[in-house]
Design a protein around this ligand. Structure first.
Ligand code: GLV
Ligand code: MN
Ligand code: MN
Length: 402
């Protein structure tokens, strides 16, 4: 089975032996290996590989520019290959591997697409290195400027421009790429489910209907470095206190306003056990069904951080993102009335939907309900059910016009 052998090939790339999780960050050696893997899979199938201005990789079955000669625009599927720190194996790769497996299955049954079929590997979906999620599709669609992207820094102070150059890309190339976006007539991203809905309803696959509003904010509090043993409590200016208050405030505000809020990353300066913190930078992730409620969470946290003389700055924001209702209905019907579910997770599909591309998603059941962790899982049987669903969708969307 091609799915299983591709899955095995990817299994070792970027896997941390201690945690069992994946560390696949944008424009690193691991990312390079994954990008080479993508090109190898595409070429072994005779698909044409193109790379857009941002570095996202596209593999085409058929001429992606055929629409300019009177043909139809492409049907694109795929996802991303990068991960969060110690991420699971499925978030991202499941969509890319399933896409190649679906193309194989279509060819095995002699399917001849009436419009080009594309497979995409979006770069830097998780934003694990430079802080902004969906960076590849965000810049592609113009939702983030190239200047801002180039100047983002990783934990070592390396800018995205420097990382691109080190990976052999010209950072000046970075920018929105309308030509690439115009090739996409419809986008369907297959993804592992990141919650428990499909376990609860006993279904292997669902259609995604929408993405919750969500964003990331950077919290910065300042203090004065000093000795942990000799500085009297009343003399201290401890940056940690504002940070701690912000974490508690985020949790309380999320409860109050019916949202979720997470502080999952923090950098403390100077970072000594026996030194009072002079500076803390922390990242707040807040999401919810109602965008006004998410804003209230951030306002509440900002008020607390203000009281400590700190700052809260928005890193990224994505408003409510409904997928194309007609496409969602069409997929759900073709797939036999399977569940239709929304998600609190962000996806490149959201960026494309917000850029006006008819977009939907497919979710594959995750029996643990856990994601962004090595516990993330999908059974082989459900992965194959996902591929079958994708085959049905591509047959429908790329098949000959009735
Ligand atoms: C990406 O998976 C996100 O939702 O942050
Ligand atoms: Mn993710
Ligand atoms: Mn993902």
């Amino acid at each position: 089975m091609t799915f299983d052998s591709m899955w095995r090939d990817l299994g070792a790339v970027g896997r941390d032996a201690r945690s069992g999780g994946y560390r696949r960050f944008a424009w690193t050696r691991e990312d390079h290996t994954l990008r080479e893997w993508f090109v190898g899979e595409a070429e072994s199938r005779g698909l044409d590989v193109t790379i857009d201005r941002v570095g996202n990789q596209w593999a085409w079955w058929g001429d992606p520019d055929g629409a300019s000669a009177g043909g139809r625009r492409g049907v694109v599927t795929g996802s991303h290959l990068d991960s969060v720190p110690d991420g699971g194996a499925f978030d991202g790769p499941l969509g890319v591997v399933s896409a190649f497996a679906a193309v194989d299955a279509l060819r095995d049954k002699g399917f001849e697409p009436d419009r080009p079929i594309g497979i995409v590997n979006f770069v830097d979906e998780e934003g694990a290195r430079f802080g902004v999620a969906c960076a590849g599709s965000r810049v592609l669609t113009g939702a983030m400027t190239a200047d801002r992207a180039r100047s983002l820094t990783d934990g070592d102070g390396v800018t995205m421009a420097q990382a691109l150059a080190a990976a052999g890309r010209d950072p000046e190339q970075l920018g929105p790429d309308g030509e690439t976006v115009r090739r996409i007539g419809a986008f369907v991203e297959l993804h592992v489910e990141q919650g428990r809905h499909l376990v609860d309803v006993g279904a292997p696959v669902a259609v995604g209907s929408d993405i919750w509003p969500h964003g990331r904010w950077r919290i910065r509090t300042l203090g004065e470095a000093n000795h942990a043993g000799t500085t009297r409590l009343e003399d201290r200016d401890d940056a940690m206190l504002g940070f701690a208050a912000a974490v508690i405030a985020a949790r309380r505000a999320a409860e109050t306003h019916g949202c979720v809020a997470t502080v999952g990353k923090v950098v403390v300066t100077p970072g000594g056990v026996n030194a009072i913190a002079s500076e803390v930078t922390a990242w707040l992730d807040a999401r919810g069904a109602d965008q006004a409620a998410v804003r209230r969470v951030v306002d509440d946290v900002t008020e607390v951080v203000d009281d400590f003389g700190g700052l809260v700055v928005e890193d990224s924001w994505t408003g409510p993102t409904p997928f194309d209702p007609a496409l969602v209905r069409r997929l759900a019907t073709r797939l036999g009335g399977i569940p239709v579910i929304g998600t609190g997770a962000g996806h490149d599909a959201g960026m494309l939907a917000n850029a006006g591309v008819p977009t939907a998603m497919l979710f594959v059941r995750n029996p643990t309900g856990i994601s962004h962790s090595p516990e993330e899982f999908a059974t082989s049987r459900d992965c194959h059910a996902g591929v079958d669903a994708l085959v049905t969708v591509l047959t429908d969307l790329a098949g000959a016009r009735a």
